[in-house]
Design a protein around this ligand. Structure first.
Ligand SMILES: Cc1cc2nc3c(=O)[nH]c(=O)nc-3n(C[C@H](O)[C@H](O)[C@H](O)COP(=O)(O)OP(=O)(O)OC[C@H]3O[C@@H](n4cnc5c(N)ncnc54)[C@H](O)[C@@H]3O)c2cc1C
Length: 437
């Protein structure tokens, strides 16, 4: 298949659209010929098949890239849905504003972050992205335009925030920004030796820092099981390093590798080194490496080779989090799979706005797994057993394989949601978990 076919970040499953249609104008929804269905495609940073529509058409939204309005006094921004968060940051940071919520990469579109109702390192304070959306326009395949706000067409608002691209095309979005005093981040790093230590640190830091995330060593076993690095940050106060931080030129992985460089040996060695690496307890850092550590190595997904990789992200409710996560970490370590990229974070109690929103109170674990075929799929099924037993959920933005039964348990409002699905829209994920009907 040609490399210009848009694919998902994990390259699993392969992307096989029948038609690619570029959206250029928010006034027009270009539809494929009947009976093909269509699906908006943002910047392809979802890992699995939520943004794929194999056998149908993809509506490429990146050319919907105009800013419509920015009020630097109130911090309100309106832009077309194909604008990237990186483009927004370039505009707003020099004027003292920041995104209210941001995922771990800035190379995502406004439409994409709404459709997955993404979360960031400040979930315990700010909740998910949908909570900061003031309005958007939804264009349906019958030509209807719906202005959606939390008050107006609120049912469509709720269905489209976390709507997985299925309710129609979001043409433009208006969001509320947060004021910052300067673009540098005050960070604090702590090693933790176990999950209990992680939970204790979290209880202490949660009220002191708006941004928290942890790296966890998924290769550790025995007494080292559950160890990791706790990272907390806040925007620096005015006065220190007020000038814009220097932007380093990103490196790029130039080629798709035939085999994965990520394997049992490289993960164990890297993790041991990373855990013990001396690092300052407190420091100041520009915002990009703090929020987007992976953006500095473009196309890093190529390191996993042609077979691609899976990401597994689950959230486990607070009461079951400790036992369920220990069980998962033990299963992952015993399998010898997993990668260096493993992240642990606590979600707060803020209610997410969407019918299919993933964030909910609890602890979330996210890990990459090089694709080793059935062996990897079996492990992910074993992780799902734990998630299901603990009444948790798996994140559709990262998924390429959960069963329909699991999806319906994790997202009990799916039937209510399905009434809002546009009849001309569909996705590989939706057909996989719900079926054609
Ligand atoms: C390195 C990395 C780190 C990440 N970190 C996080 C994180 O911390 N938190 C988190 O929540 N997620 C995270 N993600 C996932 C990412 O934020 C989401 O998958 C996001 O939705 C991707 O946006 P995109 O523009 O690439 O959209 P795509 O992946 O192309 O599409 C995502 C969904 O949005 C729909 N869509 C896109 N545009 C429109 C539109 N205009 N109208 C209607 N629907 C539309 C698509 O149909 C699809 O269902 C991360 C991803 C990567 C690669």
């Amino acid at each position: 298949m040609s490399s210009c076919i848009p694919h998902s970040w994990g390259r699993r499953p392969p992307s096989q659209p029948r038609q690619l249609i570029a959206c250029r104008d928010t006034q027009i929804l270009p539809l494929p010929d009947e009976p093909l269905t269509c699906l908006p495609f943002g910047n392809g940073r979802s890992y699995g098949d939520v943004g794929l529509n194999n056998g149908g058409a993809l509506l490429l939204t990146r050319r919907l890239d105009r800013f419509i309005a920015f009020d630097p006094t109130l911090g309100v921004l309106r832009a077309e849905a194909g604008v990237l968060l990186s483009e927004i940051l370039a505009l707003i940071v020099p004027q003292g504003w920041f995104l209210p919520v941001t995922p771990g990469t800035r190379f995502v579109t406004l439409g994409g972050v709404i459709a997955n109702d993404v979360h960031g390192k400040n979930h315990h304070l700010a909740g998910s992205f949908g909570r900061h959306v003031r309005a958007f326009e939804l264009l349906r395949s019958d030509g209807k335009r719906l202005l959606c706000t939390p008050e107006q067409n609120s049912d469509w608002f709720q269905a489209t925030v976390s709507g997985l691209g299925l309710t129609g095309l979001i043409t433009w979005v208006e969001i509320e920004l947060q004021r910052i005093a300067n673009p540098w981040i005050v960070v604090e790093n702590q090693r933790f030796g176990s999950l209990d230590e992680f939970l204790a640190l979290d209880a202490e830091y949660e009220s002191r820092y708006p941004y928290i995330v942890s790296w966890i060593d998924c290769a550790a076993t025995g007494r080292a099981l559950g160890r990791g690095i706790y990272m907390a940050g806040r925007h620096a106060p005015p006065g220190i390093f007020k000038s814009a931080p220097p932007d380093r030129r990103p490196l790029t992985v130039p080629l798709m590798l035939p085999i994965s460089l990520v394997n049992q040996l490289s993960v164990a060695a890297f993790n041991r080194l990373y855990y013990h690496l001396p690092r300052p307890v407190r420091g100041l850092t520009p915002y990009p490496p703090f929020f987007y550590p992976l953006d500095n190595l473009q196309e890093w997904n190529r390191l996993y080779g042609r077979r691609g990789f899976f990401q597994y992200q689950c959230v486990i409710p607070p009461d079951h989090a400790r036992e369920a996560l220990l069980e998962m970490l033990a299963r992952i370590a015993a399998s010898g799979q997993g990668s260096m990229l493993a992240v642990l974070k606590r979600f707060g109690n803020q209610v997410s706005g969407g019918l299919l929103s993933f964030p909910r109170p609890g602890v979330t674990l996210a890990l990459d797994f090089p694709n080793q075929g059935q062996k990897t799929l079996d492990l992910l099924d074993r992780l799902d057993e734990v998630t299901r037993q603990a009444s948790g959920a798996v994140y559709p933005a990262k998924d390429a394989r959960m069963s329909g039964d699991s999806f319906r348990r994790y997202f009990p409002r799916w039937a209510e949601f399905s009434r809002f699905v546009d009849p001309r829209f569909s996705s590989s994920l939706w057909r996989r978990v719900i079926g054609e009907g």
